[in-house]
Write a protein that binds this ligand. Structure first.
Ligand SMILES: [Zn+2]
Ligand SMILES: [Zn+2]
Length: 310
């Protein structure tokens, strides 16, 4: 069991007479411990088809005569909340800002209807075990544990920490708010919408080089890939926190502008020809498609069934 010890908030040396075993007890706030799954601090997004639940535990560390122990039967309450303006989501709005859900299978535990809170008592090993099921929205969240003596909070990120910024000499980055021809999606400039997996970066540079050889024009217009930590890329205010961009949630997909030249994209590619080069240079055969009505090739290195998306 890997435990991450966080800051303690001691009770200031108060003598809690009669508590537990009758000794003077220095009580501390609950202590989180990572039980299994993932790396504390970054949790992969979840969907119904691809859930990525994380098992955690809270404890109530005590010290009696300098001997630390974890008491049984200590009541603990856990809360989760999203942090606004993180991972490029420079917007609020919509009826509901998603957050990761709490639950617990511990005896006597209870969980709020919206999953923002779960509570129970520490078991015979001194742990209150609970589960955090991440949301699909990449963002920072806070988790707080509260017991009778205080509280303890830390923040973590929902998302992927393996995405790189898509920058290449012959790529013109388009599609974000700082483009004069684009609508405001609420995600800032082109620095936020071009994050991708290293495999997708490799596949797209390979495709670009093949395009240069075949067509003699090295420039392409690279539209949305993913937000810095991936997760739901919600570009329409009417469907805030949700669709479209259904398969962009892992950072494995990227849109290349097609059609006729515009002020926003002086270098559109031939959709059919560029798509065939995508497929010949590493992108997935079935999940890479020419979305003609949207004026782009959607090239995806992965099959979306392999990752969390909706
Ligand atoms: Zn957003
Ligand atoms: Zn796309």
């Amino acid at each position: 069991m890997k435990r991450i010890r966080l800051t303690f908030e001691k009770s200031g040396g108060r003598c809690l007479c009669g508590a537990w075993v009758g000794y003077a007890v220095l009580a501390t706030a609950p202590l989180f411990g990572q039980i299994n799954g993932g790396t504390l601090g970054f949790y992969a997004p979840s969907s119904a088809a691809n859930p990525a639940p994380v098992s955690l535990a809270a404890q109530c560390p005590y010290t009696v005569n300098n001997v630390p122990y974890l008491p049984t039967g200590c009541s603990v309450s856990i809360n989760v909340a999203p942090v606004s303006q993180t991972n490029g989501h420079l917007h609020e709005g919509g009826a509901f800002h998603p957050f990761s859900k709490l639950s617990s299978a511990a005896s006597g535990s209870s969980t709020s209807a919206d999953g923002s809170q779960t509570s129970g008592v520490t078991d015979a090993t001194g742990n209150f075990y609970f589960t955090l099921t991440p949301t699909l929205v990449g963002q920072t969240e806070t988790i707080t544990a509260v017991n009778a003596f205080g509280s303890e909070q830390y923040s973590y990120n929902v998302g992927y920490n393996d995405l790189v910024f898509g920058q290449f000499a012959s790529w013109t980055l388009i599609g974000a708010t700082d483009s004069l021809t684009s609508v405001n999606t609420g995600h800032g400039g082109n620095a936020n919408n071009h994050w991708m997996t290293t495999q997708t970066y490799y596949d797209l540079t390979s495709t670009t080089q093949a395009w240069t050889q075949a067509r003699g024009n090295c420039m392409i217009c690279v539209n949305d890939s993913a937000l810095p930590w991936g997760g739901k890329f919600d570009i329409e205010s009417a469907s805030r926190w949700m669709k479209p961009h259904v398969s962009h949630d892992r950072g494995s997909a990227v849109d290349i502008a097609t059609g006729v030249a515009t002020a926003g994209c002086p270098y559109p590619v031939d959709g059919d020809k560029f798509l065939s080069l995508c497929k010949a240079n590493g992108f997935n055969q079935t999940s890479s498609i020419y979305e003609k009505t949207k004026n782009h090739d959607h090239c995806n290195s992965l099959n979306p069934a392999t990752y969390a998306y909706y």
